[in-house]
Ligand binder design. Sequence first.
Ligand code: CUA
Length: 326
Amino acid sequence: MRALVGTIGSALVGCQGPQSMLESAGPEAAAIVKLWWVLFGIGLLVLLVVTSLLLIGCFRSYQAHPQPTSHRGLGRALVIGTLATIFLLLVMLVGTYESSQPFAGEPDDAITIEVTGKRWWWAVSYLNEDGDRLFETANEIHIPAGVPVRLRLLSDNVIHSLWVPKLGGKVDLVPGRTNYLWLQADQPGIYRGQCAEFCGIQHAKMSLFVIASPAKDFADWTLAQQRAAEDPEGALARRGRDVFVNAACAKCHTIRGISSVSRIGPDLTHLASRQSLAAGTLPNRRGHLGGWIADPQSAKPGNLMPAVPLVAEDFHALLHYLETLE
Ligand code: CUA
């Protein structure tokens, strides 16, 4: 009994929290949650009816009823059962079609953000009207609140799936294919998302945040992100910049204005303005950043970042410099 209560309790607790699809925060997610309740209701109804009929049958055979002399009752039951099944499937079909309607017509002026599934993080590129890349960030999708945005989904490795449960459904990122997902957040806020397709040993640590802001704040953020990193002030930060460029860091990471050799790892131009490190694995604080650089394989084994041996002074300077990248 205790196990049953525990199971039901934890299942109900799982219905709440930062990634609950039952607490929708946008029109697409609202349509999905409505459909979810309809399907849940139909499933519950079918379960109750079938279980009741089964119990009645068991009870009757227990009472040793005589064998029926005709099959007329059986034929009627088959017809009713078949018609009821067809009716319920039609209700589900219409409901599913209806729930896909909020973004069926594509608004012309919606902004397009390109999201690429990496091993195991998200590259997020903002495009202009011609489809050219304005700037890139990682593991955070900033959007204006109250308007739909279109996400263009790509992958350059295996299949991932982008799912922000409070804002919409999930769509796969498939190598060699371009998929689209519409999202809209009705209110400003931070909405957690997660890769929803098993993609390797760090699939679970491949999360992201959708940050919805008022239009003015979003415009300010976009302008700030477009700026290249400024030349650092102070000897310690300048030493940190040189460590970044001359050690292995710049071989994988870009800091626009400083070094744009490679795009293997996340763009770090505005690293300090982000919520998390390593795709939601760690909060973006100095201690975690230091631990991550010193030993990236212990927090997220199997990821592509190697530990880079640095003397203590260089390590301290690098950390200080990265913290200036607002
Ligand atoms: Cu990416 Cu699972």
